[in-house]
Ligand binder design. Structure first.
Ligand code: ADP
Ligand code: MG
Length: 741
């Protein structure tokens, strides 16, 4: 392979391309008839490519297999053995029982399956299989009950065409219901590899060399039929790199495509306005000068990044990450004023009414006295006007806001999903800000953006700023938000007070938390108590919160003024309770997670979270962020046992750090990328091998290669093989969009 040829004429590929493999049905394989095809389809396998991309989930090194005689009762064990006896019976109440004797060279064990009558047919005498389960004893003999079974070899012994018994045996994910065994998959994969021969290599030899990657052919053979575990690892690395590269290329292309049909506005702002006391009197500088505090350096830096985007011709697509309390609202406001001062409008969408309401109040306060240029009024200016639009506003008020948005008399509108309603439009939406973006779907963000083009599509694309207080590990952000620009507020405003976090497992220890609440209240401070998450409807959760508030008011918190906040309350009731708490006429607020986001009460210094094991790390971190807001030293108490080993890791991490980015990394380690990538489309472009927690270096390398490949060749005209691969893996609509140029 050479990369020295004439770059304008890429040589035709040698070897099988992914597109070609994607076009061959599994039906061409020996022994794959309609029934087998149906079973494979259930596993998501219909083409040869699907089959080759079904990777072994583990390997068994036959030379190092633990032997029955060495196993310890009570341990999780993997036993490789041969079935020596099978019998089936029924219990008195009719349950099927299949009993199998399994032997290896050192001993034997009894395996019992309940309610799995089909096992009798699956495991005839002579079958070689792996049994995963807990080793128990019965009458002094080792046994397993309902283990996971991987069939390695049918009774016919070795597959045709295999001349040796492999030392490293690949174990494929298998479906017991559809009756496709690891052995079946291995045989089909072997035949596919043989037919494919060599694979077309989409990357230059120089790149492979620099990154020390196997070529595609070696990698495909190495992952399915490795001679050593090292070979399997090297193959995995190359194929994981390919997955990450395809993702990164897709993001680069998506970005280019968005920019190609963008209809952006150049806003009348100057990044300099974010600097300290700029001379020009614009709304942005007037706003910053009037703030009761000096913006942090991080806030100034991020504001300058945003204003530069607003001034530019392309619509901004920017993600602002900043831990709870890092001051994202001020940054968003500066941006909103940047578009308002040029005669356009801004929208801020929040996930809950409580939050929208709170934003509305604090933003009105911060914008008091600020004037907008308006040639239609005497004097040329009028006060900036801020509207609130949520589902529960009275009809008359709603109508006034909607009309003001349409005529332009409302400059900034704060709202919930209600902003996305069909009859809501703007005279000229310049900037859409989405707070707590993870609470919204991709479509909702897009829908808000579309309000800029208007119902007849004649408008422009507004700039978009999405904000999150749930820090995302860098690797995950590169994958999920690789098509967004990124700003990070990595500095807290002065005056944040330290938060001590304690995980109190037992009732005895928990007295400390309630003692602290009473002491702080006695000192004029306030506390939150977050109720356990309850399975079931919001109604059930509300009832349980109500009971908990009553219980606490009668016991641990007797004598204190205890309020209640949950999602089933009417907006006016919620408002009243929040107001009472904010103004200090309540000491303790017992709440469901409706207080998770954004609620700002500086005098609150204690956060008690009941049954914290049920919450994710991000949620716990959000909840804790409600205290430590300037009212003095603060505490967070996590009350209760961990419900799982993962929960224990989360709660320990919470005790050890308040850094949201560190916690996000822990979360990624614990949960894997599944949940982070959850909103992405499922499909072939998913990561089968690559792990965002473990392959950070590989991801950086893939991103660098993707940037280098698209830098001078934005549509990959010189890389037809890569384009073909992306087409083979993307969904067709996506592909059509990305490659229409
Ligand atoms: P978040 O990033 O969690 O949305 P907010 O924007 O709600 O944070 O800010 C948290 C609190 O800090 C607010 O009361 C806000 O007025 C205040 N604040 C923001 N920036 C600064 C600053 N530079 N100095 C002092 N206080 C600030
Ligand atoms: Mg906020």
């Amino acid at each position: 392979m050479s990369d020295t040829g004439d770059p304008s004429a890429p040589p035709p590929p040698t070897g099988c391309t992914l597109t070609k493999l994607a076009g061959i049905e599994v039906g061409v394989l020996k022994g794959v008839g309609p029934k087998r095809r149906e079973s494979l389809a259930q596993l998501g396998v219909s083409s040869i490519l699907d089959l080759l991309w079904t990777y072994p989930r583990r390997y068994i090194d036959r030379t190092r297999q633990a032997e029955l005689a060495d196993l310890v009762v009570g341990d999780e064990a993997v036993v490789l053995g041969r079935v020596t006896k099978v019998s089936a019976s029924r219990t008195r109440n009719g349950k099927a029982v299949v009993t199998v004797m399994v032997a290896d060279s050192t001993g034997s064990m009894q395996v019992t399956f309940f309610n799995q009558a089909w096992r009798e047919g699956q495991l005839p005498v002579g079958t070689e299989a792996l049994f995963f389960g807990k080793l128990e004893t019965f009458g002094g003999r080792p046994k397993m009950t309902n283990p996971v079974v991987d069939i390695l070899m049918g009774i016919t012994g070795q597959a045709e065409g295999t001349t040796k018994t492999l030392r490293i045996v690949p174990v494929y994910p298998q479906s017991q219901k559809s009756n496709v065994t690891s052995w079946d998959l291995g045989r089909m994969v072997a035949e596919s590899l043989r037919r494919a021969g060599s694979f077309a290599e989409p990357l230059d030899a120089r790149v492979l060399d620099e990154l020390d990657l196997l070529d595609r052919t070696a990698a495909m053979h190495g992952i399915h039929a490795p001679a050593t575990l090292e070979e399997a690892a090297a193959a995995r690395r190359r194929l994981a790199f390919d997955e990450l590269l395809r993702l990164q290329l897709t993001l680069q292309l998506r970005r280019a495509a968005l920019e190609a049909d963008a209809r952006g506005l150049r806003h009348a702002v100057d990044p300099e306005e974010a600097g300290a006391s700029s001379g020009a009197v614009t709304m942005v500088s007037a706003f910053l000068d009037a703030l009761p505090f000096a913006p942090t350096d991080a806030q100034r830096r991020v504001m300058a990044e945003i204003l530069a985007d607003l001034a530019g011709p392309l619509p901004m697509h920017r993600l602002l990450q900043g831990d709870v309390g890092s001051g994202k609202t001020v940054v968003a406001l500066a941006a909103l004023l940047g578009v308002v001062q040029g005669g356009h409008q801004g929208a801020l969408m929040a996930p809950t009414e409580v939050l929208a309401d709170q934003h509305h109040q604090s933003i009105r306060r911060l914008l008091e006295g600020l004037e907008v240029p308006d040639p239609s009024v005497l004097g040329g200016t009028r006060p900036v006007s801020v509207g609130l639009l949520t589902a529960s506003r009275p009809a008359k008020e709603r109508r006034a806001v909607v009309e003001g948005m349409a005529t332009g008399s409302v400059d900034i509108v704060i709202g919930t999903h209600a902003l996305l309603t069909d009859d809501v439009g703007f005279r000229s939406l310049g900037l859409a800000v989405v707070d707590e973006q993870h609470r919204f779907g991709v479509e909702q963000r897009a829908a808000l953006r579309e309000k800029g083009r208007g119902s007849d599509g004649s408008g422009h694309d507004p700039d978009l700023l999405v904000m999150t207080a749930t820090p995302i590990p860098r690797s995950a952000a590169m994958v999920v938000f690789g098509d967004l620009s990124m700003s990070v507020l990595d500095e807290m405003p002065a005056g944040r007070t330290p938060i001590t976090t304690r995980w109190l497992r037992t009732g005895l220890e928990q007295a400390e938390a309630w003692g602290r609440v009473r002491a702080e209240v006695a000192a004029g401070r306030q506390a939150f108590v977050v109720c356990p998450l309850v399975e079931g409807s919001a109604k059930v959760e509300a009832t349980s919160a109500t009971e908990e508030a009553e219980r606490l008011a009668a016991s641990e918190l007797a004598g204190l003024r205890v309020g209640l906040l949950h999602g089933q309350m009417k907006t006016t009731e919620k408002d009243e309770v929040m107001e009472a708490f904010r103004s200090g006429s309540l000491d303790v607020l017992v709440a469901t997670t409706v207080i998770e986001v954004g609620v700002d009460v500086p005098a609150a210094t204690v956060m008690v979270i009941e049954d914290p094991g049920r919450f994710g790390i991000a949620q716990l971190h959000q909840l804790r962020g409600r205290v430590g807001r300037g009212g003095g030293d603060s505490w967070c108490y996590l009350l209760g046992e961990a419900v799982s080993p993962d929960a224990a890791v989360r709660l320990e991490a919470m005790e050890q750090t308040t850094d949201g980015f560190v916690l996000a990394e822990v979360d990624l380690e614990v949960r894997g990328e599944g949940t982070i990538l959850g909103s992405r489309q499922k499909g072939r472009s998913d990561l089968a091998l690559a792990s965002l927690a473990k392959d950070r270096d590989l991801l950086d390398q893939a991103a660098a290669v993707a940037v280098a490949l698209t830098a001078d060749d934005p549509h990959l005209a010189q890389k037809p093989l890569l384009v073909e691969e992306l087409r083979a893996t993307l969904d067709p609509d996506d592909a059509a969009y990305l490659f229409k140029g």
